[in-house]
Design a binder for this molecule. Structure first.
Ligand code: FE2
Ligand code: FE2
Length: 155
């Protein structure tokens, strides 16, 4: 939840049509790598753990799908040249991720908390942070499976 905070701040800028396009586009540039560095460890650590539990499995897969949609939109926005289309796409991305984060904070994370022990959550939290550092170092365009796989294997 702590990791959602910087994303939420940038989402507010990205969806504010009153602001200048340049400012919203700059917020998007900042948002894209932070989103990857949050979403990838989340998929691997949190969703991975949720998939092992029957009651949480479906929600984890829904999360994967939403992450996939956000990823596609991020890649599209990087290529769009038309300012109006780019502006609209940044807004839709912001709303999509905002809704996704809301669902995680209100449903998914509380459900996981109910179905897990504090000790397991602590372990997963540490693993999440380790992976996050790896993704931040790699930048948003690089998927580097080797180091993260090593980190997961060593747990
Ligand atoms: Fe997520
Ligand atoms: Fe999240």
């Amino acid at each position: 939840m702590e990791d959602h905070k910087p994303l939420k701040t940038l989402i507010e800028i990205m969806k504010d049509s009153e602001l200048k396009f340049k400012e919203r586009r700059a917020a998007f540039e900042e948002f894209a790598p932070i989103l990857v560095a949050h979403a990838k460890p989340e998929e691997e650590v949190l969703y991975g753990a949720m998939k092992k539990q029957e009651a949480l499995r479906e929600k984890a897969f829904e999360g994967d799908v939403e992450h996939g949609l956000a990823d596609q939109l991020v890649e599209e926005i990087k290529r769009i040249e038309d300012e109006d289309l780019c502006s609209a796409s940044i807004k839709v991305l912001a709303e999509l991720v905002e809704h996704h984060i809301e669902e995680e904070e209100e449903e998914l994370l509380p459900a996981f908390k109910k179905n897990s022990e504090a000790q397991e959550r602590e372990k997963l939290g540490n693993l999440f942070l380790q992976l996050k550092v790896t993704y931040l170092a790699a930048g948003d365009d690089n998927v580097i499976p080797d180091p993260k796989t090593e980190i997961i294997k060593n747990q």
